[in-house]
Design a binder for this molecule. Structure first.
Ligand code: NAG
Ligand code: NAG
Ligand code: NAG
Length: 193
């Protein structure tokens, strides 16, 4: 036997061995990464789903929704046996801006309420303290508390909402001091009875 003939024989043998796995008509071989094999009727999985072997009625493969914290952005045939991917973890100083369901990865943002901002996309989050009566903006400036809000000391936090005195104010406060409510006069309480 010549070298060419020999290698041809080996190749034929190898493909015959693989052909022993031929699936019944109408089904296709589904192979998991753990080398589990099954002949299933292939199904088309939408984004947000991952594929399982033939666990459905009548040997049909199955599409199951991504588990909590995972996503699948594309549609695919069940024989690709694709699994949903783990969503990114938001870094320190970041919070979830948009969870985006099971079809897209989550979007993180610098956590303004904890004093973090960023200069441009992909930049790390920077922490900045603002003086009493001021709070951080998303572009990294310190701006005075809005009307109805105050902040008594310098820190990384946003301004706080002022108390509601139901129209009975002793003092309306300012950017650093909360309002002071008027105490209900006791004679007023008596006359109400
Ligand atoms: C197998 O691995 C590939 C590549 O790492 C991955 O895309 C696929 O989702 C995995 N599928 C299974 C069933 O583990
Ligand atoms: C960084 O800033 C840009 C705007 O300049 C914003 O679109 C992006 O989402 C920010 N990234 C984070 C992680 O906050
Ligand atoms: C805010 O109000 C407090 C208490 O009434 C006062 O001591 C303080 O000077 C005021 N600050 C400003 C900037 O007006």
């Amino acid at each position: 036997m010549g070298w060419l003939e020999l290698s041809f024989t080996i190749l034929t043998f190898a493909s015959l061995a693989r052909a022993r796995r031929i699936c019944p008509f109408g089904t296709q071989e589904h192979v998991t990464n753990y080398s589990e094999r099954q002949c299933c009727i292939a199904v088309f999985c939408d984004p947000g789903f991952e594929s399982r072997l033939c666990e459905n009625i009548g040997d049909e493969a199955l599409c199951v929704p991504c588990p909590e914290g995972k996503y699948m952005s594309t549609s695919h045939w069940s024989r690709d046996m694709r699994l949903c991917q783990i969503k990114r973890a938001c870094d320190d100083g970041q919070s979830v801006f948009d969870e985006r369901g099971t079809t897209e990865d989550r979007v993180c943002q610098c956590d303004l309420d904890k004093g973090f901002y960023n200069k441009s996309v992909g930049d790390p989050c920077i922490r900045k303290r603002c003086e009493a009566g001021m709070e951080l903006t998303s572009d990294g400036r310190c701006k005075p508390c809005r009307s109805g809000y105050f902040k008594p000391e310098a820190n990384y936090e946003p301004c706080l909402k002022k108390k509601d005195c139901d129209h009975k104010y002793a003092s309306h406060g300012n950017a650093t001091h909360d309002v002071v409510c008027k105490e209900k006069a006791s004679c007023q309480l008596l006359s109400e009875k």
